[in-house]
Ligand binder design. Structure first.
Ligand code: C5J
Length: 225
């Protein structure tokens, strides 16, 4: 593949054109606590199957992206073990009996280094792929993501992961304000709430692509083959 020959992907609201060498696959928070039965997500009463359907399309896209020699970045939502980066408001919100930092089914909930905080084995990062540990919903807040993208001359992002209306959306909005183009393959993003999945994707591509483009992983695979 010619890294600097633009590639066009079928997308809405219109085709997405990207330069492979300047486009990273950004996989948001595919962590065990959100996706595995018995994790934090389930504990909150969510149906993880709504997220698990994204694993296989992400696995295929990641494999193709890696074999084309393109750049991959992963993120994880979580906090320092001493919780010094956990805003009190985030800790209290939800009013659950068990929250961030407490003992959960897979170690302390959303704490770095705990089993539940780690990325699911199906999409495990390679040692060469940066992993951004983020304390917030957006991947740019209080992280070095922007610096890494700038240093690698990345201008465009394929954004996948969970959850569509929370960390994926927040990251796309942050990326927009920093000048990045974002394409979202809808089969590679998931929400616990089907109605939020649907409306979240509409919000990205509405008004001529106010936050970016929406497509399917099959269209991206076809474009990079
Ligand atoms: C949430 C996320 N939903 N990764 N985190 O709390 O979207």
């Amino acid at each position: 593949m010619d890294m600097y020959q633009p590639v066009t992907v079928k997308a809405e609201p219109y085709p997405f054109e990207f330069v492979p060498g300047q486009c990273a696959l950004l996989i948001i928070d595919m962590q065990r606590d959100f996706l595995e039965a018995g994790g934090f997500g389930t504990m909150l009463g969510n149906d993880v199957s709504q997220l698990r359907r994204t694993i296989e399309p992400n696995r295929k896209l990641l494999a193709a992206w890696r074999s084309a020699g393109l750049q991959v970045i992963h993120t994880r939502e979580g906090h320092r073990p001493d919780l010094s980066d956990l805003p009190p408001a985030k800790k209290l919100r939800g009013r659950g009996k068990t929250g961030i930092g407490d003992a959960g089914p897979m170690g302390r909930i959303l704490v770095r280094g705990e089993p539940g905080h780690d990325i699911i084995p199906e999409l495990y990062p390679l040692p060469s792929e940066p992993v951004i540990d983020k304390p917030g919903k957006g991947a740019f807040f209080a992280t070095d993501l922007h610096a890494i993208l700038q240093n690698r001359a990345i201008q465009q992002l394929i954004v996948t992961g969970v959850t569509t209306e929370v960390c994926v959306h927040t990251t796309i909005r942050e990326a927009n304000d920093r000048g990045y183009d974002c394409l979202v393959p809808e089969d590679c993003v998931g929400s616990y709430f089907p109605q939020f999945q649907e409306i979240g994707l509409h919000m990205i591509k509405a008004q001529g692509g106010i936050f970016g483009w929406v497509s399917q992983s099959s269209h991206i695979l076809a474009a990079i083959r």
